[in-house]
Design a protein around this ligand. Structure first.
Ligand code: SMG
Ligand code: MG
Length: 369
């Protein structure tokens, strides 16, 4: 398929509820969308980089720069028949995984559409529905957190992830566990602790959590191995894993027992599937993470999570939890048994609402071969 035209848009969508993590509060979602046109087919990709370099080094600004200056000029006017071929052409570009993943996502959507197949099937997905979990931001008090968890579990979600940071951790988790003795619960610290907090983190063991996600340094796999040996709760890595090689290293060092896979963080769906395969061969469970995506990115996540190794509920919740109005439809809805249906129509299965998109666009550019 010949890459004829690419359009980039920077958009801003207000979130229904501000989302607080250990690194800050998000009130508005900013992201770069990629539209790729090739031979009469259009594909869409979403770059998960945020406004600022708080989750990772990349931002909407760096993604825009790398895409327009280095990635797109290198691929426009050329023919690609597989994501591997595209990645090969981009091998010279180091890092910038989120920028790269956004283009690969658009290409895979277009490629699946051109073959009249759903993205999920095209990637090797087998499930017709995926298990859905929720990620709940840091709240002002344990009581406020319990009230939100109650609402989410009543909706049907299979597990609740509680964001934690020093000062908003043990007592919050205790309150939720007391209120919901049987619920599948986990925590995510987004690198808010150090190895000196090992004893403190060990006090989470009594709550029967499914995992502690990324407690230590965002680029660490060594201290996580030490911590992993000192706590009973399984450690899951998110920020530290940028490639299949990182995943292999982390598993060989026993830095984690579970991996959160985000296609954006690892350079695209192809690399995400490599990590899935490595983990599956070793019997290591994986789940699909989220980055407060619009329905474009959410649809890519749902397709990825339909692969057989995704055995734990992901951070892929119903569309209506996030924005007043999305930019692509239909919305993903959660069933009463806590699942989202995997689309069966061609490509991602969502279509962009051009008028809505135009209204939320802050910046636009177009590159033609
Ligand atoms: O998409 O529901 C979602 C958010 C999931 O908690 C979530 N993501 O570290 O896993 C994580 C965070 C990163 C994004 S915070 C803005
Ligand atoms: Mg995380």
């Amino acid at each position: 398929m010949r890459f004829e035209r690419v359009e980039l848009r920077l958009i801003a969508l207000p979130l229904l509820h501000p989302f607080e993590t250990s690194f800050g509060i998000e009130a508005e979602k900013h992201c770069v969308l990629v539209r790729l046109d090739c031979e009469g087919v259009t594909g869409w990709g979403e770059c998960v980089a945020m406004n600022g370099p708080w989750y990772s080094e990349e931002t909407t600004g760096t993604a825009w720069h790398i895409l327009t200056e280095f990635i797109l000029p290198h691929v426009l006017g050329r023919d690609f028949d597989s994501a591997q071929e595209l990645q090969g052409r981009l091998a010279r570009v180091r890092g910038n995984k989120m920028a790269r993943a956004a283009l690969e996502g658009a290409f895979l959507d277009a490629l699946a559409r051109s073959r009249d197949r759903s993205l999920a099937h095209f990637l090797g997905g087998e499930r017709t529905e995926i298990e859905s979990g929720v990620s709940i931001g840091i709240q002002s008090s344990p009581e406020a957190l319990v009230a939100i968890v109650e609402r989410e579990l009543a909706t049907g979600y299979r597990r609740a992830k509680l964001k934690i940071k020093p000062g908003s951790d043990i007592e919050f988790v205790r309150a939720v566990r007391l209120a919901f003795p049987e619920a599948q619960l986990m925590v995510d610290a987004n690198s808010a602790y150090t190895l000196e907090d090992a004893e403190h983190l060990r006090s989470l063991d009594v709550f029967g959590l499914t995992m502690i996600e990324q407690p230590l340094g965002h680029d660490d796999i060594v201290d996580h191995a030490t911590l992993s040996a000192r706590v009973q709760t399984p450690i899951c890595l998110d920020e530290s894993i940028h490639s299949a090689q990182d995943a292999r290293h982390a598993l060989e060092l026993a830095s984690c027992r579970i991996i959160n896979i985000k296609a954006g963080r690892v350079g695209g769906l192809t690399e995400a599937i490599r990590i899935h395969d490595i983990c599956r061969n070793r019997g290591v469970p994986v789940w699909c993470g989220g980055m407060l995506e619009t329905n474009i990115g959410r649809a890519h996540n749902v397709a990825l999570a339909s692969l057989p190794g995704f055995t734990l509920p992901g951070d892929i919740s119903a569309s209506e939890r996030y924005f007043v109005e999305d930019i692509a439809y239909p919305n993903f809805r959660v069933s009463s048994h806590g699942t989202l249906a995997v689309p069966t129509t061609p490509g991602t299965g969502v279509e962009v609402d051009e008028q809505r998109l135009e209204r939320v666009t802050l910046r636009r550019t177009e590159l033609v071969a």
